[in-house]
Design a protein around this ligand. Structure first.
Ligand code: UDP
Ligand code: MG
Length: 323
């Protein structure tokens, strides 16, 4: 099979028939073999009935129905598990992304050798600059910097194409759909490209992602990803280093205070208690924090060594190996 289209959706009943008809038209015009997986993320409207009736009309339609709303990332994750096409394309259900982009994306993966191609909504159709446009620019700049993927303008574009291997080897969870290129890069898929795509204004319903708090959460996710990719398998390397450093700074400060006291003694300078100096308490605190860091490193190592996928490594190919 050439292409799997994965469509996560939450209350998008009005858009689905038009979206599917459009995808079908493009696929047929290009002679692709394909499937479309609709992942109904706990919609409270009629979306699932619409998907059922689409699947009755066309064998290319697959559906997954969540019992409740889990979010876009879990929806993508379950769609990816089910995907069989050589190229997997994700697309929002709201008709903002155009299925006409599919052939070009497909060829970038198959002919130009990209692992992942992200759409770039150059003419972004989302009015409000305060709640969407400006935070999005900031967000993308930070994501570029932290991930080291400098050629992406639009991490969060719903329209993306992947080589099948990529989606089978990444775990999109929580709200990590914003950082899929970073997840892919961490898994070793580093040929990541971008294609400017058309972007329509939402025809029905309204956006499910609004407000500033999603950016705060987005940044926390980015920090987590950075930490996991740098130290996830060796937490002691960061905590142990910080802990040792702080402990020694504290320890040396206490020694310095002691030496100072002896010096005063030797020169007959009037005595002061070591605890009269604020530096003593600062040094003590620093030493204690250092010890805590060190213990956090031990606990981190314990946790990472007992995790189920502690010995999961990305193996691209093997020769004559069975297991
Ligand atoms: N979506 C989802 N689960 C959610 C929220 C959104 O599956 O909890 C889907 C939604 O139906 C749409 C896509 O994710 O197909 C993108 O959402 P939306 O269009 O609201 O985001 P925006 O384009 O405004 O960033
Ligand atoms: Mg949208």
């Amino acid at each position: 099979m050439d292409i799997t289209v994965v469509v996560p959706l939450f209350n998008e009943e009005e858009s689905l028939p038009e979206l599917y008809a459009w995808i079908e038209r493009v696929m047929k015009a290009n002679n692709f073999t394909y499937e479309v997986i609709f992942v109904n993320d706990g919609s409270t409207d009629n979306s699932w009935n619409v998907i059922e009736s689409l699947s009755q009309k066309s064998p290319a339609v697959k559906g997954i129905k969540f019992r409740r709303n889990y979010g876009k990332s879990p929806a993508l994750f379950c769609g990816f598990k089910e995907a069989e096409g050589d190229v997997v394309i994700t697309m929002d259900a709201d008709l903002q992304d155009s299925p006409d982009e599919i052939p070009a994306l497909y060829h970038m993966i198959v002919d130009e050798g990209y692992d992942l191609v992200s759409g770039y909504k150059q003419n972004r159709k989302q009015g409000d600059p305060l709640s969407k446009t400006i935070p999005t620019k900031l967000f993308n700049a930070t994501a570029r910097k932290v991930s080291g993927i400098h050629n992406l303008h639009d991490f969060n574009c719903g329209l993306k194409a992947y080589r099948k291997d990529v989606v089978k080897n990444i775990e999109v969870y929580g709200e990590m759909h914003r950082y899929i290129p970073y997840l892919a890069k961490n898994a070793g898929f580093d040929k990541i490209g971008e294609k400017p795509v058309h972007h329509q204004a939402r025809k029905f319903g309204k956006s499910k992602f609004m407000g500033w708090n999603r950016f705060f959460n987005g940044y926390l996710d980015l920090i987590t990803l950075w930490f996991l990719s740098s130290f996830g398998r060796k937490p002691m390397h960061v905590f142990g280093f910080l802990g040792t450093l702080m402990f020694f700074i504290g320890f040396l400060s206490v020694v310095a205070l002691g030496v100072d006291k002896l010096w005063c003694l030797a020169h007959g300078i009037p005595q002061r208690l070591i605890t009269d100096s604020p530096y003593f308490f600062i040094a003590l605190t620093v030493m204690m924090i250092g010890t805590q860091f060190f213990l956090a490193g031990f606990i981190g190592d314990l946790v990472s060594r007992s995790s189920q996928n502690r010995n999961d490594y990305q193996i691209e190919k093997t020769l004559r190996c069975e297991k």
